[in-house]
Ligand binder design. Structure first.
Ligand code: NAD
Ligand code: TDX
Length: 332
């Protein structure tokens, strides 16, 4: 049995990871989460109390982080400000959490010699042209576009420097867009599903040609456990499941699966600096560490996600009106 510290474990991907760990290992999990607007204690409801300790706090609180690192074997770092649109409106919290927060964890990992896995994003690589056959690989140069992705890129570089300069035992993974249960309604897929459930027309930025490479959150979790177990210290692994789709196709599929006409959506103001296309080449993770995704049918995974939002209105309803008011103020 290992003792894991999971930062951001009450967020979307972090909570999916905690569920995955409890179901698939004997490990004990301590979650450190600030419970910002994006964190939800209810995402961890029902998990066995003897396997999970929840601590509300900030990853930039050095004294708290020091105390928690002393009591665990490994740390998986999900906590972040994660939404591009928010970073265009108010970048400051992105610097505080993604940069200073990650720095604080690295200093604790160095002091206590703890294994750290840092969760990052494919957005650090910038974007690809729509007609470019290339995909991102571990050697693609960093070229982030938004305040969000630039702070994630900065946090990755801090991790690399702490490995090289101080011998911290860390790995990094950069994953593509996740979908699944417990994702905040500010994000693309949950926003459109909950719009349809509320009788609001889905909102597509610009022409909807932008491409995202979708992976189920549970596949992201199994990849992270694989890297934590067998990854080489100091290395970066790209995580993706060959799920490229343009946004228009995804909205039309949501409408179709929910029994609405496929054209019942609105085009709204585009995102400033909107990345065109992300695509992941995950050959390294598959060949060197033997990982494979389990969710290969996007339509089936999306249908299950729609069912989850239909059945869990209590979980998402409190955030919905505020999110829509924010978007409306920006013509989105
Ligand atoms: P999220 O916004 O749903 O969750 C973030 C969590 O971190 C929340 O529970 C929040 O309360 C917590 N948090 C924020 N600031 C904190 C702080 N200072 N101290 C402690 N906790 C804090 O985000 P997500 O979509 O689950 O993303 C999780 C991680 O995965 C992020 O690092 C993100 O960059 C990365 N990632 C996300 C995606 C995606 O598709 N969502 C893809 C690739 C990588
Ligand atoms: O209402 C919308 N309409 C729309 O067309 C919203 C909210 C988004 N979009 C578009 C913008 C993107 O092209 O959908 C696509 C996905 O948008 P988001 O869900 O905001 O995700 P994205 O910006 O691609 O970033 C996500 O994946 C990488 C996560 O939020 C990041 O945390 C992760 O690093």
């Amino acid at each position: 049995m290992a003792r894991l510290l999971v930062t951001g474990g009450a967020g979307f991907i972090g909570s999916n990871f905690v569920h995955h760990v409890i179901e698939n290992t004997d490990d004990h999990v301590t979650v450190l989460d600030k419970l910002t607007y994006a964190g939800n204690r209810a995402s961890l409801a029902g998990l066995p109390e003897d396997r999970l300790t929840f601590v509300q706090g900030d990853i930039a609180d050095a004294a708290l982080v020091d105390e928690l690192f002393a009591g665990v074997d490994s740390v998986v770092h999900y906590a972040a400000e994660s939404h591009n649109d928010n970073s265009l409106h108010d970048p400051r919290p992105f610097l505080d959490t993604n940069i200073i927060g990650t720095y604080t964890l690295l200093e604790a990992a160095r002091k206590h010699d703890r294994r750290l896995h840092h969760i990052s994003t494919d957005e650090v690589y910038g974007d690809l042209e729509l007609d470019d056959p290339a995909k991102f690989t571990e050697s693609t140069p960093y070229n982030p576009s938004s305040p969000y992705s630039s702070t994630k890129a900065g946090s990755d570089l801090l991790v690399r420097a702490w490995v090289r300069s101080f011998g911290v035992r860390a790995t990094i993974s950069n994953c593509s867009n996740n979908y699944g249960p417990y994702q905040h309604v500010e994000k693309f897929i949950p926003r459109q599903i909950t719009n349809v459930l509320r009788g609001i027309r889905p909102k597509l930025y610009g022409k909807g040609e932008n491409v995202r490479d979708w992976i189920h959150a549970d596949d992201h979790s199994s990849a992270v456990l694989t890297i934590l177990d067998r990854g080489s210290i100091g290395e970066t692994y790209l995580i993706g499941a060959d799920g490229e789709k343009d946004n228009k196709t995804v909205v039309e599929l949501i409408l179709q699966l929910m029994g609405e006409p496929a054209d019942a959506y609105d085009h709204v103001t585009d995102r400033a600096g909107h990345d065109l296309r992300y695509a992941i080449d995950s050959t390294r993770l598959r060949t060197e560490l033997g990982w494979e995704p389990r969710f290969r049918d996007f339509e089936a995974g999306l249908a299950a996600t729609i069912d989850w939002y239909r059945s869990n209105e209590d979980w998402w309803a409190p955030a919905k009106d505020g999110v829509e008011a924010f978007y409306a103020s920006k013509g989105q």
